[in-house]
Design a protein around this ligand. Structure first.
Ligand code: ADP
Ligand code: ZN
Ligand code: ZN
Length: 730
């Protein structure tokens, strides 16, 4: 199968090869009626499939179709309300199909926003609100305050419809359009004379060195690993690189891990690049906005988005930035299990443009590439604001200091002192809910989920028990279901309970909890304003807290419970924990006030803390890499995981055993024993897995290429199986 990316084909080509969203690893042949004219490769077409109609991607003339010509069905129509997928996207999807062993059609259709994947016509609104000449001269009356503010913003930058919706400005936008002061535009005219609102600070010496290293190579492929401590000005560096890319008339794709961070970053970019077209793409958008922004992407200057935007159409691509490149959210955990970071590197290579991977704690995969000289290592070791120093990190030894409701005396004391100084604190606990379980002291019942090997989490605010794995929710039982004891107790600490405890202990403190239960994506801007405005003394939250916020008055970070990860069977647990702790620590003392970090742990002698206290990412990364090399673990080996889910564990394991028996014989590829997954049961399905490993990437690829087609024939069948290439979670 190939995608024939370059050659067009004639209107009278009898048979057209079409990629469809099916689980089958094959393309489908259709007759192209002559009246449909020429079809460019990548065009979206509507075809009959079984008894339904589907949208497919036309790839090219089928060379030697094996289907009996009389049985071929006709292409119904070409969907010309949406652009054809460009040759480079076809090529990137082909790479993903080969590398992840996933059907090309399913990948191609998944690159499209949902609205463009179905046959209903899509009519895009003009997405940009642009000021008119009359608007530039206009002086709205003082009473129309909201309109005046919006008009002022439009003087600096055009706004995309979705941003206006998010900020609930739709009404005012309509008023401005009706007054003739603004208009909707499908694309933007070339950069208008917008005024610069945020000027660039002059680069620090380190930033300048980094720029000098990167700027000369802007025109060609290269991977730059930007290792910069939190607050070292990585974002500022991206902005300067983007500036240079804009000057060449090229586009930049910026991949970020969290939807939550887009509005903040978008604002920052808009102020810095007035008049430039900045578009966003993430799953938090409505389907309509997603389709519109995707359609606008080819005309934008900067596309800011989460992992799915790595497949966005960008004809003038000149640079890709992956911010927080180590973040696990770049890896999709279902269907096409791709790593957007790795696909970004491939896309950059195919397009011959540079890619910048930025992080304070890069993945060991990327760091190993840098040490081996395959990636260019660029370091920022100091914080950009000259007075800002890295925080001091202290350990509170739980072997000697007792816990009371999850908190120790030194931690409470530090909170009290910070509060008294009028400064802000952050308390990090990576467990949402009130308590991780509900417990019966008389018989030992611990709120099991009936469908998963997990406990139901107690959520007191909504008065429910919830499974964080399968989503099951039940009311809190009045008595123990096993023994009838009415006196059930919460077991352990979640963020809700912590918030309650802190409110009781520090009644004067203004406390705000942040986790997935409290945060809608749009609440971030409001939260940021509240922290900056000094309306919050203590932020309590999960890892959502850790990412990318810059709060100058935040001087204390408390980390309550991390010990589970220190001795976890997951070999990546310490790498992830270190990254998380560096990130949380990075929230403390970002401006002129020194920061302090306290970590409660029963294992203060663990080497991770030694490196953490010295803010020594490189040291810890090297130590971990040495260990990984000795144990033959990634990045020194490559892995593929075959996962199977079945109603019984026996069935899941039997499938894997049979699959292992079909494995090609190769001396350079190891097939391990099938085992139950660490989280063995989710939503009433038992899960097992089979690990395949090799030191040679190509050997592993060849092995799976030969093996995968045989898996379709394995009997007895299981409910579901999948291949995970470069798996991150087991
Ligand atoms: P990072 O992304 O590495 O965590 P940021 O780019 O957010 O760091 O920068 C941290 C802080 O330092 C921000 O407040 C930013 O405005 C400031 N900053 C960055 N570069 C400079 C510079 N060259 N001069 C002055 N301040 C800077
Ligand atoms: Zn009981
Ligand atoms: Zn469950």
């Amino acid at each position: 199968m190939s995608t024939h990316p370059s050659e067009g084909f004639a209107a009278n080509a009898p048979v057209l090869e079409v990629a469809l969203d099916t689980p089958l690893h094959r393309l489908f042949d259709y007759r192209l009626p002559t009246e449909l004219g020429t079809v460019q490769p990548g065009s979206l077409v509507e075809v009959p499939f079984g008894r339904t109609r589907q949208v497919g991607v036309a790839l090219g003339p089928a060379a030697g179709s094996t289907v009996d010509a009389a049985k071929l069905r006709d292409v119904i129509r070409v969907l010309d309300d949406r652009p054809a997928l460009s040759p480079d996207i076809l090529r990137l999807a082909q790479f993903c199909a080969d590398y992840y062993h996933y059907p090309l059609g399913a990948i191609l259709l998944a690159t499209l926003p949902p609205r463009l994947r179905n046959t209903a016509a899509f009519v895009a609104d003009a997405p940009w609100l642009v000021i008119t000449e009359a608007g530039r001269q206009a002086q709205p009356s003082a009473r129309a305050r909201a309109q005046r503010i919006l008009l002022d913003t439009l003087r600096e930058t055009p706004l995309i419809r979705q941003t206006l919706r998010e900020q609930k400005q739709g009404r005012h936008a309509t008023a401005l359009v009706n007054a003739g002061w603004a208009r909707w535009s499908p694309t933007l005219p070339a950069q208008a004379d917008f005024q610069q609102t945020a000027s660039a600070p002059s680069a620090t010496a380190e930033q300048q060195t980094a720029l000098d290293a990167m700027l000369p190579s802007l025109g060609r492929f290269g991977v730059h690993l930007l290792l910069g401590v939190t607050g070292s000005g990585k974002t500022e560096l991206y902005l300067r690189l983007i500036d240079a890319v804009l000057a060449r008339g090229k586009q930049t794709l910026v991949l970020i891990p969290e939807i939550a961070l887009t509005p903040q970053l978008e604002q920052h970019f808009r102020r810095r690049f007035p008049g430039r077209r900045i578009a966003t793409l993430h799953s938090g958008l409505s389907e309509k906005d997603r389709a519109e922004n995707w359609l606008a992407a080819p005309d934008c200057d900067v596309l800011l988005g989460t992992r799915l935007s790595v497949f966005a159409p960008l004809p003038q691509l000149g640079l890709i930035v992956v911010d927080e490149e180590h973040d696990a959210s770049f890896k999709q955990q279902d269907s096409l299990r791709y790593s957007a970071r790795d696909v970004a590197v491939t896309r950059a290579k195919q397009r011959d443009v540079p890619v910048v991977l930025g992080s304070a704690t890069p993945s060991l995969e990327s760091y190993a590439h840098a040490l081996a000289g395959r990636y260019q290592l660029i370091e920022l070791k100091q914080r950009a604001v000259s007075q800002a120093r890295l925080p001091s990190i202290e350990l509170v030894d739980l072997k000697h200091i007792p816990l009371d409701n999850g908190l120790t005396r030194p931690v409470l004391q530090a909170l009290g002192e910070t509060l008294a100084r009028g400064e802000q604190s952050l308390v990090f606990l990576n467990r949402r809910g009130y308590a991780p379980a509900l417990y019966c002291p008389s018989c030992g019942w611990v709120s099991p989920c009936p469908s998963c090997s997990a406990r139901l989490v107690l959520h007191r605010t909504t008065r429910r028990l919830k499974c964080h794995h399968c989503g099951l929710e039940t009311p809190i039982p009045a008595a123990c279901p096993d023994c009838g004891n009415p006196d059930l107790k919460p077991l352990g600490q979640g963020t809700q309970r912590l918030e309650e405890t802190l409110s009781a202990l520090l009644p004067s403190a203004r406390i705000r909890r942040i986790d997935r239960d409290t945060m809608r994506p749009r609440a971030w801007a409001e939260l940021g304003a509240a922290v900056h405005g000094g309306e919050i003394d203590i932020l309590v939250g999960t890892q959502m807290l850790a990412k990318g916020h810059d709060f100058p008055n935040m001087t204390l970070a408390l980390i309550l419970d991390t010990d589970g990860a220190l001795y976890s069977p997951d070999f990546r647990a310490t790498e992830r924990l270190f990254a998380q702790l560096m990130q949380v620590s990075g929230r403390a003392g970002r401006a002129d006030k020194p920061g302090r970090v306290l970590i409660q742990t029963a294992f203060p002698e663990h080497p991770l803390f030694r490196y953490l206290q010295r803010h020594d990412y490189s040291g810890y990364a090297r130590a971990l890499l040495t260990e990984r090399r000795q144990l033959d673990l990634p990045p020194f080996t490559r892995q593929v995981l075959l996962r199977a889910e079945a109603p019984t564990m026996d069935a899941a394991l039997a499938f894997l055993l049979r699959a292992a028996a079909l494995a090609p014989e190769r001396a350079d590829v190891s097939v391990f024993a099938a085992t139950p997954a660490p989280m063995a049961r989710v939503a009433n399905l038992e899960r097992a897995q089979l690990l395949i490993q090799s030191t040679r990437r190509l050997a592993l690829q060849a092995f799976v290429r030969e093996w995968r087609p045989q898996l379709d024939s394995v009997r007895p069948r299981v409910a579901r199986w999948s291949l995970d290439v470069d798996p991150l979670v087991f």
